[in-house]
Design a protein around this ligand. Structure first.
Ligand code: F6P
Length: 360
């Protein structure tokens, strides 16, 4: 055993299934090195509060966390200004609060679990204050570069697939067009995977601009072949035919993606005469028990993140490549976002299955 270390672990950005499984793995592997783990509440915010908000996590405490949804540490889904203007006109440098929190907790390294945006922010902050950092990728969108899979994606695909399975029955019973709107931001991975797994007849993703008349044609062709129902899956960031992304303004003026399903329903009803209904899956995709694959991935990532700390390999992120955990410099995952590649094998699969992708 080396010198006794204390690692801080935190979750940042939107929650998803498998976060608690990753935290559990960090705690269990750290114990193998004789180290302690502090679970920090609400991302970096917990470290910046006075006193810092964190709790000691021990293997016995986290043993049952494997299957729990969400994050038991809490998270924040917004960037924090590091230079905070105060009422008296002065600026509070929250980096100093961060350093104070790390010192008070006696941390020698931080493991952060987040999407590409969160990992970039966390790395920037820890780098500025000289705190060693290792990242673990999570996001239902699966858009973190380099890694083939991020924690939470598989569970989201399972949920969307189950929704499609259910929609098939009701669509067929009523001879309707059923549209399922799923999350994913600018990446169509959820729609593409769930669309194939759930037997959708139309899959629309942001990476492939669609033509509404081609989608209508596919539905009319099914009707002409005696199949009066169709199931459509659409990613939230797919544009209207005018090229606009549809958003909804929430309380406090926040703009959120959402509404493309309803837009398509109107267009398709007009063009095909079919009765159309929309289901917006929303945050259901992020909640609940993680799938076995997400539990495996989270466990493998958590263990290897601690190994990186042990080897002193910092400013790195663990990734999943050909069933191996491979660490890469953090810049490699923040340089770009992993959207669906035009050569993605699943696009060929979808076309081979006769699924309409809206472009031909
Ligand atoms: O990035 C994950 C994600 O679930 C996106 O798919 C979605 O657009 C967004 O977060 C929703 O964010 P919020 O939880 O802030 O509504």
């Amino acid at each position: 055993m080396g010198e006794v270390k204390r690692i801080g672990v935190l979750t940042s950005g939107g929650d998803c299934a498998g976060l608690n499984a990753a935290i559990r793995a960090v705690v269990m592997q750290a114990a193998n090195y004789g180290w302690e783990v502090m679970g920090i509440h609400h991302g970096t915010e917990g470290l910046m509060r006075q006193p810092p908000e964190a709790k000691l996590l021990v293997p016995d405490k986290v043993e049952q966390w494997l299957t729990l949804g969400g994050t038991l540490l809490g998270t924040i889904n917004r960037g924090l200004p590091l230079d905070l203007p105060l009422d008296d006109g002065t600026i509070r440098d929250r980096r100093l609060d961060f350093i104070a929190g790390c010192r008070e907790l006696g941390l020698s390294a931080i493991i952060g679990i987040g999407g590409d945006g969160s990992l970039k922010i966390l790395h920037g902050l820890t780098d500025q204050v000289g705190m060693p950092f290792v990242g673990i990728p999570k996001t239902i969108d699966n858009d973190v570069a380099i890694t083939e899979q991020s924690i939470g994606f598989d569970t989201a695909v399972n949920i969307a697939t189950e929704a499609l399975d259910r929609l098939h029955f009701t669509a067929a019973s009523h001879d309707r067009v059923m549209i399922l709107e799923v999350m994913g931001r600018d990446a169509g991975h959820i729609a593409l995977h769930a669309g194939i797994a759930g037997g959708a007849h139309v899959i629309l993703i942001p990476e492939i601009p669609y033509q509404i008349d081609l989608v209508s044609k596919a539905i009319l062709a099914r009707q002409a072949a005696g199949k009066a129902f169709s199931v459509v899956i659409v990613s939230e960031a797919v544009c209207t035919s005018g090229g606009d992304i549809i958003t909804q303004t929430q309380a406090f003026g926040e703009c959120r993606l959402g509404g493309i399903g309803q837009y398509l329903a109107q267009e398709l009803t007009r063009a095909t005469g079919a009765e159309t209904r929309v289901t917006v899956l929303g945050h259901v995709q992020r909640g609940g028990v993680p799938s076995p694959l997400d539990r495996v991935l989270a466990s493998a990532f958590g263990v290897e993140a601690v190994n990186l700390v042990a080897r002193g390999e910092f400013s790195r992120v663990v990734t999943w490549q050909q069933r191996q955990v491979v660490s890469v410099p953090i810049e490699a995952i923040t340089a770009s976002c992993r959207t669906v590649d035009p050569e993605d094998t699943l696009l060929k699969t979808a076309r081979g299955l006769g699924i309409c992708l809206g472009d031909c």
